[in-house]
Design a protein around this ligand. Structure first.
Ligand SMILES: Nc1ncnc2c1ncn2[C@@H]1O[C@H](COP(=O)(O)OP(=O)(O)OP(=O)(O)O)[C@@H](O)[C@H]1O
Ligand SMILES: [Mg+2]
Length: 357
């Protein structure tokens, strides 16, 4: 069934059957493979936040990198307003995609250039955005640099807009921040600058990969509140990658739980957190209830890695408290259960389910 991109309920982004496997290993272990994404499907609507949650190595950042086209997928589709962004598309469409989907990284210091002031970080993408004419493809802009100046912002106008962006992300007095360098700011302030820079491209979707995990606990909430405000006020769609189910529930309407590169549960945040269906989601929640919170889920670092060939059964069977007959012999297909999608033999198969909206 194809999505009609013009329908009001059509998703902004629809991911289908996304796959990525890495070959790893050295001299004596050559041929080992890591399944980082397998049959991943989910949807994000305009103005909606979706959280991708999973322990370390579950494939969350891989999905972000594939969506940002930092590396190629082995298979699957990512449809932005119905257009497959992985397909060999005209360069013009690619240019639009790069503007419309922006990323915020975990380490705000690493993503900002210490040699440049904040004004530089914000005015550059603003000038680039306005210098590029959406009516022309990349080749046109490269071949005719003079044409780039036609719609360009003046440096003064770019600076004014940059100051506005700093206000939007809560950095006041904004004028003072313009001339500072990244090393003069706190971690939280740097992450706000990184968010402001992503907004300079006027995106539809923000992919935020653990945007608060390197920040002091006391300032994490401020960043989540800022993202919530951008979602509400600008209709920005957000893909939040986090280990922390509490943050996921706070910001996101839907939670997509990943285990070894597979979506094991996908549903409304309240449903997933209040009555988790998949034993893995339950285990994640239990680790928080035991008092570890984000730290407890981090303690699982490395355990979510899958080395192929995987057994024929459910990839979670070895760690599952509810393991039974079919779990060892057959890999469960996704099925509907109580308003969400779940990939587990505990629940009867209804009908094949694709991505959910
Ligand atoms: N370039 C690569 N080469 C080989 N293996 C890789 C590569 N990138 C990722 N992997 C492996 O793929 C799996 C998923 O990695 P990914 O970075 O997506 O995990 P993650 O869910 O983001 O984990 P974390 O929460 O620790 O950031 C891991 O086992 C990782 O070691
Ligand atoms: Mg990661």
């Amino acid at each position: 069934m194809l999505t009609d991109p013009t329908a009001p309920s059509a998703p902004l982004l629809e991911v289908r059957g996304l796959r990525k496997t890495y070959a790893t290993g050295g001299l004596f272990t050559a041929g080992r493979k890591v399944v980082a994404a397998e049959d991943v499907a989910f949807r994000i609507h305009r103005g909606e936040a979706v959280a991708l949650v999973g322990e370390s190595g579950s494939g969350t950042s891989t999905i972000a990198r594939l969506l940002m086209r930092l590396e190629p997928a082995d298979g699957g589709q990512a449809l932005l307003d119905g257009v497959d962004v992985f397909a060999r598309e005209p360069r013009r469409a690619s240019l639009g995609y790069r503007r419309r989907v922006q990323m915020v990284f975990q380490d705000p210091f690493g993503s900002l250039n210490p040699a440049h002031d904040i004004a530089h970080h914000l005015t550059r993408p603003l000038m680039r955005l306005h210098a590029l004419n959406p009516a022309h493809d990349v080749a046109h802009h490269l071949e005719r640099p003079a044409a780039r100046l036609a719609g360009a912002l003046s440096p003064t106008a770019a600076r004014e807009r940059a100051v506005e962006l700093l206000r939007t992300v809560g950095l006041e007095p904004a004028e003072e921040f313009m001339d500072r360098h990244p090393y003069e700011l706190s971690g939280g302030q740097r992450q706000r600058v990184a968010i402001a820079r992503s907004l300079a491209a006027d995106p539809d979707l923000l992919v935020a990969d653990e945007p608060t995990s390197m920040l002091d606990v006391s300032i994490r909430m401020g960043i989540l509140n800022l993202l919530a405000q951008l979602k509400r006020d600008r209709g920005l769609a957000i893909l939040l990658i986090t280990h922390d189910l509490a943050s996921a529930r706070f910001l996101a309407e839907r939670i997509v739980v990943l285990y070894r590169g597979r979506v094991v549960e996908d549903g409304p945040s309240d449903t997933v957190v209040e009555s988790p269906a998949h034993p893995y989601t339950r285990a994640l929640l239990a680790s928080i209830a035991e008092g570890g919170g984000d730290e407890a889920t981090r303690a699982a670092r490395g355990k979510g890695t899958s080395t192929a060939p995987s057994p024929t059964g459910c990839p979670f069977a070895d760690r599952c408290a509810d393991v039974h007959g079919p779990c060892r012999s057959s890999d469960p297909a996704p099925r509907e259960h109580d308003g969400r999608l779940v990939r587990c033999h505990l629940y009867p198969v209804t009908e094949p389910v694709g991505a959910r909206g």
